[in-house]
Design a protein around this ligand. Structure first.
Ligand code: HDE
Length: 693
């Protein structure tokens, strides 16, 4: 017969390590509220004994753990989110009755999730990819989800092609790789066969697809939607998010290196900014137009592969979005949030864009497979913050307890003095009357007005600066160099000729290939007026939000570091101290300067510019440290400003850099000058460190 024991056989009393008992605070319980006495040891028959099936504490814990993962999103699996608010800064009641746009200064809570598209949940933050920009507005009249991207157009024109597009870009079916990358055969095979994708390809191959920070990218609703006012009058609208910090991207080489140095680069940046009170902010803009205007354009406003140049229809700013709170729990909030383009509120409506129409089905449908129940709207992050009543009852994981007999409508239970439940309202959502003639017959068609696949792709290319064009060309050369099927490379080149002959020729040269004859376009492209709004570099970005990496050594000059810190903080930028040891360095004056990072954990790709504040001995030592040499030579190759004190010379020399106008001698009073350069790169350096493509 088993003896009653007080120990676990190793002399450790049962319950030791049961931290709740030692530290106070709430008592640890099972999911059913039973207090737990020992959270370290399972229940055994004797010493060491088999574990008993009877141990409901162990079984419940393992059972729950076994089921902690849910299916990741089929696309946009990797993401990060934040809470915040939307504030109306310019009311537009003449355009929409949507409650959030009625009063200047009125605020509604929001939850935003940013994502990459192709990679799995555990992939990196900085692949070349589109970024999702999904916003849930919890308005007084229900949730409005603006589920957009950081690129204003999409790869395909019809929802019918979405599964094919995603299958082509995801890891290849037989081998299960590559992860989070479009540089492979199946993706470019699809692209080469679907010329409608080429406009978005230009964006995806541009620096837009390798943003420096989620805080430094634009967002777009992509589709044309409708705004509807209280009189029922509708206007067409495109939505835009403009980042307060301006736009900034990494270089491709940086993006590749960041994914090794810090795969969580973007989410860490978002988290750190919010924790530091530097709340990320965007303006919400609208482009407003009507059917008459739309009819006069050379493209169809319902074609999601087309944008409306901002020079044609200016973006009117109507509000601002501020993210001021990081989620308390990643799973409960960021993972369980369910965005639905079908979530519109009175005053906002869809259009006949065939891609949007398909999305209206897909998002609701996918939540059932991801979150397991049609009651996913009851999860706190998804629940509306306004009253919600209807007769949809029961279902898996119903957590509400509806009262009364009425679960159908119409009913007359009120005549018997019972609660009859909710009724439809004449203030409720009303759909916009169709703008187009009803089709005479059911057909599987692609409108002829969607046939021009190249004019806007060309517009995008010619609107870029020289450096940006070089980056696009280099990106396509890189991607096609990873494509092994030669006929696919050839067909892509044949399509690219329809966008820009000189671009196609340079890409062919970069591949070491002959330029094949152009494939005949469905509709001949035309030249459109250059749109500066499409370029990143044509827009100066503020210093705010950028980060300087300062490499220090023992014996470094403290006042120089102080000058950098105060210049950065005056400009709204931050400084991170990088040292040979994370404990920090002893400055020339003998005081300790703590480090944020150790040199080999903080390569210069993590910073917008660098400074080297070194003693002569420190510089000599670091000249023998590969990580320090890379710190300098990478910053140089990535065209970043470099500040240094005189003694840093041996390190600069050994790193092989040639000082130019982007070097700042910090022995003088150059701290401000260096800080001003944080958002700027000297692109002319690229020619010194790279062969031309
Ligand atoms: Fe999505 N998309 N999508 N998409 N999408 C999803 O919904 C889909 C499209 C976008 O942070 C899925 O809840 C179809 C365009 C974002 O949770 C899924 C089509 C745009 C997110 C889905 C599109 C987007 C998604 C996967 C073509 C920009 C992440 C998980 C008809 C305007 C939302 C989920 C988040 C997510 C389907 C095209 C943006 C499968 C069928 C165009 C930002 O339902």
């Amino acid at each position: 017969m088993a003896k009653k024991t007080q120990g676990n056989g190793r002399g450790i009393p049962q319950g030791s390590g049961g931290e709740t008992q030692q530290r106070g605070g709430p008592v640890l319980t099972t999911n059913h509220g039973v207090p737990i006495s020992d959270n370290q040891n399972s229940l055994k028959a004797g010493q060491p004994g088999p574990t008993l099936l009877e141990d409901f504490v162990l079984r419940e814990k393992i059972f729950h753990f076994d089921h902690e993962r849910i299916p990741e999103r089929i696309v946009h699996a990797r993401g990060t989110g934040a809470h915040g608010f939307f504030e109306c800064t310019d009311p537009i009641p003449e355009l929409t009755r949507a409650s959030l746009f009625q009063k200047r200064g009125a605020k509604v809570p929001v939850f935003v999730r940013f994502s990459t598209v192709a990679g799995s949940k555990g992939s990196k933050d900085t692949p070349r990819d589109v970024r999702g920009f999904a916003v849930k507005f919890y308005t007084e009249e229900g949730n409005w989800d603006l589920v957009g991207n950081n690129i204003p157009v999409f790869f395909i024109q019809d929802a019918m092609k979405f599964p094919d597009l995603i299958h082509a870009v995801k890891p290849e079916a037989d081998r299960g790789f590559p992860q989070a990358a479009s540089a492979h055969d199946t993706f470019w095979d699809f692209v080469s066969l679907m010329p409608e994708s080429l406009h978005m390809i230009m964006w995806a191959m541009s620096d837009r697809a390798i943003p420096r920070s989620l805080r430094m990218m634009e967002g777009f609703g992509v589709h044309t939607f409708h705004l509807v006012n209280a009189e029922g009058e509708a206007t067409m609208v495109k939505f835009h998010w403009k980042p307060k910090l301006g736009m900034q991207s990494t270089t491709w080489d940086e993006a590749v290196k960041i994914s090794g140095a810090d795969p969580d680069y973007h989410r860490r940046d978002l988290y750190e900014a919010i924790q530091a009170g530097d709340c990320p902010e965007w303006e919400l803009g609208i482009q407003i137009f009507d059917q008459d205007w739309a009819d006069r354009q050379p493209y169809d406003v319902l074609d999601p592969t087309k944008l409306i140049p901002e020079e044609e229809v200016p973006v009117r700013i109507v509000g601002r979005l501020v993210l001021d709170r990081y989620p308390d729990n990643f799973f409960a909030e960021t993972e369980q949030v369910a965005f639905l383009p079908s979530n519109v509120v009175p005053g906002i409506d869809f259009s006949n864009d065939p891609l949007l129409q398909g999305r209206l089905f897909s998002y609701l449908d996918t939540q059932k497979s991801r979150l397991g129940t049609t009651n996913f709207h009851q999860i706190p992050i998804n629940a509306p913050k306004c009253p919600m009543h209807n007769f949809q009852r029961d279902g898996m994981m119903q957590v509400q307890v509806p009262k009364g007999r009425a679960n159908y409508e119409p009913n007359s239970l009120d005549e018997a003095g019972e609660d009859p439940g909710p009724r439809a309202s004449d203030q409720g959502f009303v759909s916009v009357a169709a703008f187009t003639e009803p089709a005479e017959e059911k057909r599987r068609i692609r409108p002829e007005s969607f046939a021009d696949h190249f004019s806007q792709a060309r517009l995008f290319f010619v609107s870029q600066t020289e450096a940006e064009q070089n980056h696009i060309i280099a990106a396509i050369v890189f991607e096609l160099s990873k494509v092994q099927l030669k006929h696919v490379r050839k067909r892509v080149l044949a399509q690219l000729r329809n966008i820009d002959e000189s671009m196609a020729q340079r890409i062919a040269d970069g591949l070491g290939a002959e330029l094949p004859p152009a494939l005949p376009p469905a509709k001949a492209p035309v030249d459109l007026p250059v749109s500066d709004a499409l370029s990143i570099l044509k827009h100066p970005a503020p210093v705010e939000g950028r980060c300087l990496g300062v490499l220090v050594s023992d014996g470094a000059d403290g006042p120089v570091v102080e000058a950098l810190k105060s210049a950065a903080s005056a400009a709204g930028a931050t400084v991170k101290i990088v040292a040979p040891k994370v404990g920090g360095v002893k400055l020339k004056g003998g005081e300790l300067l703590e480090a944020d990072e150790k040199i080999d954990g903080a390569p210069s790709v993590l910073f917008d510019a660098i400074a080297l504040v070194l003693s002569p001995e420190g510089a000599d030592q670091l000249a023998g440290e590969k990580a320090a040499l890379d710190f300098v030579s990478d910053a140089y190759a990535h065209c970043k400003a470099i500040g240094h004190t005189g003694p840093a010379k041996p390190l600069l020399d050994k790193a092989g850099v040639v000082q130019d106008g982007f070097f700042f001698d910090l022995s003088g009073s150059n701290a401000e000058a260096l800080i001003e350069k944080l958002p700027i790169r000297d692109w002319s350096r690229e020619k010194k460190v790279k062969l031309p493509v």
